[in-house]
Design a protein around this ligand. Structure first.
Ligand code: 0O2
Ligand code: 0O2
Length: 211
């Protein structure tokens, strides 16, 4: 099927759905282990989605990707988003993902250290994840975005606006988005300053809840 246009979209997207579900369970497992050991979990919550047929075709058209190259050239048909409380947690999650043996990291983009021109910050990884399909194993690409709650707030709002403006923002709106990105960055810095105190309080209250 690799070099033919897709005729059965459900069959094409199914392994991506399986990858997203499996990765979500595994990542939630990491969070659970931290909490069981009364440690601050570097993962706050996880979301995942598979692009729809329409969204895949739209991206292919915009990026001029040929239909027999979708699997290789659209790297976020499967997408996982990991939300963290602190910037330091992002680096811990990155370390954890590097240590895993159940997928291979093929691309890494650090927009936390080097924010995008838009003001966007997040750590991106594209992994090649093997899914067991009956007797076969199919490797699919999955994009993992790791970001703080503040980064997620900004990106979610900016993403909605982008639907309307397609990146061509009026000057004042653009300036406000840049200022909002700076404010989100400052919020992350301030939270990092008090993180030991926050972590201590969270572990203390989690412990109390158990008793
Ligand atoms: P948990 O243990 O609370 O994380 P699912 O299929 O139900 O596992 P799905 O359909 O991807 O997950 O749900 P969705 O709506 O994408 O949200 C994924 C998880 O993130 C859900 O928790 C939400 O409650 C949680 N979530 C979404 N937004 C926020 C937020 O702003 N703060 C926090 N703390 N959590 C949020 P789960 O998966 O049900 O379980
Ligand atoms: P969706 O599903 O609508 O989110 P390239 O620039 O080509 O080298 P590419 O493929 O664009 O790289 O990947 P990149 O820039 O690493 O990340 C793509 C995804 O990151 C986007 O997916 C967004 O989810 C997110 N992202 C990147 N830049 C921005 C930004 O400025 N604002 C927001 N809100 N999100 C951003 P898509 O393609 O938009 O698809």
């Amino acid at each position: 099927m690799k070099n033919e246009p897709i005729t059965d979209w459900n069959a094409f997207l199914a392994p991506y759905g399986q990858a997203v579900e499996e990765l979500k369970v595994k990542l939630k497992g990491i969070r659970k282990q931290y909490r069981e050991n009364n440690n601050h979990a570097p993962i706050e919550f996880i979301t995942g989605r598979v692009k729809t047929k329409e969204s895949v075709l739209e991206k292919a058209e915009i990026r001029e990707i040929s239909l027999d190259r979708l699997e290789e050239d659209i790297q976020d048909i499967a997408g996982i988003r990991i939300m963290c409380q602190f910037v330091e947690d992002i680096h811990e999650v990155v370390k954890l993902l590097h240590a895993r043996k159940d997928f291979e990291i093929v691309i890494e983009r650090d927009y936390v250290t080097n924010k995008k021109e838009s003001g966007y910050r997040s750590y991106h990884m594209v992994v090649e994840y093997p899914v067991q399909r009956g007797m076969d194993v199919k490797k699919v690409l999955c994009e993992i975005q790791i970001r703080t709650l503040a980064m997620n707030f900004w990106a979610t709002i900016e993403h909605s606006l982008n639907y309307k403006y397609r990146g061509e923002y009026p000057e004042e709106l653009h300036a406000r988005l840049i200022r909002a990105a700076e404010a989100a960055s400052l919020l992350d810095k301030e939270m990092s300053e008090i993180r030991e105190e926050v972590k201590e309080a969270q572990v203390y209250f989690a412990d109390k809840k158990k008793n």
